[in-house]
Ligand binder design. Structure first.
Ligand code: SAH
Length: 353
């Protein structure tokens, strides 16, 4: 049995079942055995592959969109912030693709939000000599305008799960059955936050709530309101319900309780909740359409003669049966509607799909 499984069993035996967020948090962030703390999980040899690792085109399109926003807003100095940068590939591609935009790189200061020491080292290698400031949390960023980007960051934030029972909510938990980790349901309690977020769900419906997301979105919005924009890319739904907790190990789904700390744990992102918490003008676009509108096809045609993998990467990033519609892009801005890459924008948190 792994060291983390033993720690979890002892903690549950001592103080009772964990909620799903506590379980996810220990699995992903435990200071010695947490998934993100101990390893670099990306790439073909790792547990999952992300869009920036599939092709440089992903970061190039985002870099040019960010530079366009900066130009359109008057080329003022601002922070360029990425949350959960993984190997640093996306930021490296953004910096490479914007190197020829006059003045851009002198105007932006790069800030990265990252908890994992292993991944901070990887990011340092990827970004070479470029000056970067690291933070543990969005709440540690300096105040001021910013261009914010996050790819597959919010899906790694711990969620809590509840089942509607009459006027209350029964929380799903991880407890012990015959000394094995096992899912259970606690007695219903009042949860006013959920009454507000899920006002019209039927009895017996399971809902997911990411407690860290709203405070983070408020931190993002208070800066973007001063200038810049936020682009948040992830998989999820505008307003989903149902159990989406998933564990991936060596690119395959596994039981989320079977190998704590050894598998990546994620849940679908609720974009409606993110937009509502930000309270800024917003748009939700499919990743495929977003990249197409930013010019990925022309870029693929340019690169194809030099790189035989480009056609497959283009398809993987944009095709509706691959990442094209499963992944969504949330754009937030206080100054410009719509942002490059979006067909539509709605005003201030009045989020509709
Ligand atoms: N954006 C990258 C990596 C996505 S994986 C890519 O597309 O390849 C999630 C990233 O978020 C990792 O870098 C992980 O270490 C980081 N992370 C997860 N939870 C975090 C938290 N609570 N605070 C800061 N970083 C976190």
């Amino acid at each position: 049995m792994s060291a983390l499984t033993e720690i979890l069993r002892r903690q549950i035996a001592l103080s009772g079942p964990l909620n799903i967020a506590e379980y996810m948090n220990l699995c992903l962030q435990h200071p010695q055995h947490g998934y993100y703390i101990t390893r670099d999980p990306f790439g073909v040899a790792g547990d999952f592959t992300t869009a920036p690792e599939i092709s440089q085109m992903f970061g190039e399109m985002i870099g040019l969109a960010l530079a366009q926003i900066w130009l359109d807003q008057g080329s003022h100095p601002l922070m360029l912030v990425e949350a959960g940068p993984g190997r640093g590939t996306l930021m490296a591609d953004i910096l490479r693709s914007t190197a020829r935009v006059p003045g851009f790189q002198d105007a932006v200061q790069v800030h990265l939000i990252e908890t994992s020491p292993v991944l901070r080292d990887r990011q340092r290698q990827s970004l070479g000599a470029h000056p970067v400031t690291w933070h543990d949390s969005i709440h540690d960023l300096p105040d001021g305008p910013m261009l914010f980007i996050a790819n597959e960051f919010f899906d790694a934030l711990p969620i809590r799960q509840f089942v509607r029972k009459g006027s209350g909510w029964a929380e799903r938990s991880v407890g012990l059955v015959e000394d094995e980790l096992s899912f259970g349901l606690l007695s219903p309690t009042a949860q006013p936050v959920l009454d507000d977020l899920f006002s019209d769900v039927e009895d017996g419906t399971l809902v997911e709530w990411c407690p860290a997301a709203a405070p983070m979105m408020e931190g993002i919005a208070s800066r973007v309101a001063q200038g810049g924009a936020a682009i948040i890319i992830d998989y999820g739904a505008p307003d989903g319900t149902g159990d989406t907790l998933q564990a991936l190990q060596t690119q395959k789904p596994v039981d989320p309780l079977a190998t704590p700390g050894q598998a990546d744990l994620t849940a679908h992102v609720n974009f409606g909740h993110l937009a509502k918490a930000a309270g800024l003008d917003n748009g939700l676009e499919d990743q495929g359409v977003f990249l197409e509108l930013l010019g990925i096809t022309a870029r693929a045609q340019q690169l194809a003669p030099h790189d035989s993998r480009i056609a497959a990467a283009h398809r993987r990033l944009t095709h509706p049966q691959e990442m094209g519609t499963l992944f969504k892009v949330l754009g937030l801005s206080a100054h410009m509607r719509p942002l490059p890459g979006f067909r539509n924008f709605t005003t201030k948190g009045s989020y509709t799909q």
